[in-house]
Design a protein around this ligand. Sequence first.
Ligand code: ADP
Ligand code: MG
Length: 233
Amino acid sequence: MNDPLFLRGLVRTYRSEAGELPVLRGADLVLRAGEIVALVAPSGTGKSTLLHLAGLLEKPDGGAVLIGGTDAGGLPDPARTALRRDRIGFVYQFHHLLAEFTALENVALPQMIAGQTQPAAQSRARELLAAFGLSARESHLPGKLSGGEQQRVAIARALANSPAILLADEPTGNLDVNTADIVFDELVRVTREHKTAALIATHNADLARRMDRVVTIKQGKIEPCDPGGTAAG
Ligand code: ADP
Ligand code: MG
């Protein structure tokens, strides 16, 4: 299986003084090249947990995460970090841009960390910002951008290293309805242009319908979902 992302039988249980909370109980999902999949499920069902495991930000208690056919579970930490850096872009609900750096620098940085020269990184950063209509905002600090602009920069940054997979955790959840709509369209458009596979968690069934496929989480497992149905939270 050389699909960009293959989640096989993922198990994740949170343990605390209050006891055990099984969140994922054998979750399976394949993301094919260029496919855009919506993950629509109520709050607390494990969307963020699943995305963090898929993004190699956390490790499962059971099952496997395969990135382009490579089982991340068997890798030493440096290889795991390299796999995450080269193959995966992650967008959070809140942008997490670096406040001291301009929009252009925020998008260029991941490429420089990956070994690109500054001119090459900045040139690609300019292209990405232009794709999101942000050319006039290159030298703005995040604090001087609107919420929608901040989130566009965060998406551009996630795409900076041409990842095979984009993971987005309620990427428009902090935006007003109209802005969310526009940013979402741009996210889908640019992701399609780059032929990036994407897994996007959202509460919004209207947005989810614009994607290739919709899945939900039920009792810790991934199931196909009709976005017009009751699974939207
Ligand atoms: P979603 O993103 O769908 O809202 P999450 O993956 O954030 O769901 O959380 C799923 C469940 O796991 C929730 O009940 C949440 O409270 C719990 N949870 C999430 N992270 C932790 C953690 N680090 N420790 C304990 N419980 C957690
Ligand atoms: Mg969440």
